[in-house]
Design a protein around this ligand. Sequence first.
Ligand SMILES: Nc1ncnc2c1ncn2[C@@H]1O[C@H](COP(=O)(O)OP(=O)(O)O)[C@@H](O)[C@H]1O
Ligand SMILES: [Mg+2]
Length: 244
Amino acid sequence: MLVIKDLQVSYGAITALHGISLEVREGEIVALIGANGAGKSTTLRTISGLVRPALRTSRITFRGETLFGHDANGKYRAALPHRLVEMGISHVPEGRRIFPAMTVRENLLMGAYSRRDRRLSEAFERVYVRFPRLKERAGQVAGTLSGGEQQMLAMGRALMSRPRLMLMDEPSMGLAPMLVEEIFSIIDEINADGTTVLLVEQNAQMALSVADRAYVLETGHIALSGAAEELARDESVRKAYLGE
Ligand SMILES: Nc1ncnc2c1ncn2[C@@H]1O[C@H](COP(=O)(O)OP(=O)(O)O)[C@@H](O)[C@H]1O
Ligand SMILES: [Mg+2]
């Protein structure tokens, strides 16, 4: 579904990604784990068009279509963020980035990429079924939600566009263990409903427990990849990321 080839990304003089390649197949949960500063968020931000690849040899395709890089006719393409949402890519950013002064309902509306969508109420209903707490709090100002509720809102907002692929950046950050469990079981449910997930986490334990496959990112390089179960058993992964 998503294929990334030789992706290089720099911020000025700092190179964050040194030519990484990875792929996500339809229906999977793929985890991208690694230490702080490894380039996890940069990877997601590039896929959703917020950051541009540094080299024209970098290539990202989604469902066979070139998002960034040279297409089959040799033409260079760089999709705009709104086009990526239309194609079915939705990003739940690190730190949630909800709009604190707006209500829950208004925040969700921001995730519906077209307000003319006749099926807007259906989109709300689907999100409210998945997150009953957001329905109860539809009129509440988002800044007054708890951390876990804000994460649910960020995920709900991303679901409003009915994505095929959800990019989730550190959904467990700052949450109490019980809430982390809840958020991860929701990720599992969203995936079971047919949404493919690329999940970025520092909480490698949790990420590997829900993922089908995983990549380990180290200072802008893919150090390891494989089935999540196998990586969870790998000694170097256990030492470096699972606190053993
Ligand atoms: N906006 C930015 N400007 C300059 N450097 C950045 C910026 N964002 C990230 N970086 C740098 O890029 C590298 C990768 O960062 P990031 O992708 O946020 O890592 P992670 O999400 O794995 O913690 C780090 O060295 C970070 O300091
Ligand atoms: Mg990050």
